[in-house]
Write a protein that binds this ligand. Structure first.
Ligand code: PMT
Length: 428
């Protein structure tokens, strides 16, 4: 494949080049900001963490530096610098100018009060005054502090100024009391931030079906034919689609993984069961992604009793139906363009050639090909590197976590589903 047809999807990811400053103020919920950093990065954002002095009592700056890959700002002047210089003294201005959004999570009563009253006595409060980017705050505090008229009045001031407040949840608080004041879930905070940036949950209202894991084809009551798939790639796709607000149906072969709670999960064992589960549902799906490593054969006659070890045995294998190809044919026969059909290809050689062959033979929109002979990616690993092959393109997604790769596959599914407006005439 020539490099001219290679595009690094990371460069065109939805949140690519977006810079978010995450202010962390001092509360027991400060540790939850780590998960917020991770989720924002998954959407392609660069995250610059700013910690108040109190926040540093709860979490060390090193945690955020390691997670974000960026310097963590801990004071108005360069941390550790013996001679604070002009650069560090005006850093809040340069950070303010480079921001797409300022998110504060958790936001304490003190930080909210400073923002409301225009007090600028640390980096975060100074940055708030200096930036023109949208501001989102996620408060977290004791219920009495939350309900106090002073806090509520400060929040009103901020709301009127256009600051978006991610309301805290109710429940048991770290102080032992019960009531409002618990930091909203990281997913909610990230979703609110992306919404403020005009990046609404782009799979909302869409149903995404994902197959994951191996299939097990029984030989006798205790033995089966299987493969090395762990289900991690498929489960990552399910998780990624949920985070983008899709309704997710996960058809899972046998794995050791816990499915995402919000997905409708159908557990299957054999290729035939997987086929039935998928074909029963395909017509109500907008996107189907087959990441499962479906066994190509099943044993013709399954022994009802455990086969005894009396020398060599012969197993007669019959081919399984190709679920993906069946879906391609059904959709073709219906004369439809939905659901978007994306298959995987587990290859060890001639990756693109084999992927293109599967693309045309199975009548699908894209084949995600991975080199399963490469150590560290593919089967039963945390990471993957894939090329997304469509009729007109081959897009390399460089090695990344399976969740990041999943996000890029969903980006591709959306591009297929919502092609250039000029192509809308062909949509069904
Ligand atoms: O589960 P992990 O440990 O995370 O590993 C991920 C993975 C390596 C399994 C995954 O990335 C992957 O490559 N999945 C597809 C594996 C596979 O079966 O590839 P294939 O080239 O044999 O099949 C091509 C496509 O047809 C696949 O989408 C497959 O789901 C589908 N198929 C295959 C056979 C069959 N009888 N029915 C099918 O629908």
């Amino acid at each position: 494949m020539g490099t001219d047809i290679l595009q690094l999807l990371a460069e065109e990811g939805q949140g690519a080049n977006m810079k978010i400053a995450l202010g962390v103020s001092g509360g027991i919920a400060a540790y939850k900001a780590a998960e917020i950093v991770r989720q924002l990065q998954e959407r392609g954002a660069r995250v610059q963490v700013i910690m108040t002095a109190a926040a540093q009592e709860f979490v060390r700056p090193l945690t955020f530096a390691a997670l974000s890959g960026e310097k963590v700002i801990t004071s108005m002047f360069s941390a550790g610098a013996e001679q604070p210089n002009l650069d560090s003294a005006v850093e809040h201005i340069s950070v303010a100018q480079s921001l797409d959004a300022l998110l504060v999570a958790p936001a304490t009563a003190d930080t909210i009060a400073k923002f409301a009253q225009g007090i600028a006595n640390d980096f975060l409060s100074t940055l708030y005054l200096a930036t023109k980017a949208p501001v989102i705050i996620a408060p977290a505090m004791n219920v009495n502090m939350w309900e106090h008229p002073a806090t509520q009045a400060n929040l009103d001031i901020l709301r009127r100024r256009g600051v978006h407040i991610v309301e805290p949840g109710s429940g048991y608080l770290a102080c032992g009391m019960v009531g409002a004041g618990r930091l909203a879930e990281p997913e909610q905070i990230v979703a609110a931030t992306l919404e403020q940036l005009g990046m609404a949950q782009d799979l909302a209202g869409q149903t995404v079906l994902v197959t994951a894991g191996p299939t097990h084809e029984p030989i006798d009551p205790v033995r089966y034919l299987g493969n090395r798939s762990s289900g991690k790639m498929g489960y990552a796709l399910a998780e990624a689609a949920l985070r983008r607000a899709a309704k997710v149906i996960l058809v899972s072969g046998p794995t050791a993984l816990q499915p995402p709670a919000a997905a409708e999960t159908i557990f299957v064992e054999t290729a035939q069961q997987m086929r039935t589960a998928v074909l029963d549902r395909w017509e109500r799906c907008d996107v189907i992604i087959m990441a499962a490593a479906v066994a190509d054969f099943h044993v013709k006659s399954i022994s009802p009793e455990k086969i005894k070890r009396n020398g060599a045995i012969e197993l007669q294998l019959e081919p399984n139906a190709d679920i993906l190809a069946d879906l391609g044919s059904l959709r073709h026969a219906a004369g439809k363009r939905t659901p978007v059909l994306i298959g995987f290809a587990a290859e060890t050689q001639s990756l693109l050639e084999n992927a293109r062959d599967k693309l045309t033979r199975k009548l699908v929109d894209a084949i995600v090909v991975n080199d399963v002979s490469r150590p560290g990616i593919g089967f039963n690993s945390e990471r993957n590197e894939v090329t997304i092959v469509t009729a007109g393109d081959a897009i390399l997604v460089p090695e990344a976590s399976k969740l990041d790769v999943a996000q890029r596959i969903l980006d591709a599914a959306l591009r297929i589903r919502q092609p250039h407006p000029a192509a809308a005439i062909f949509a069904d």
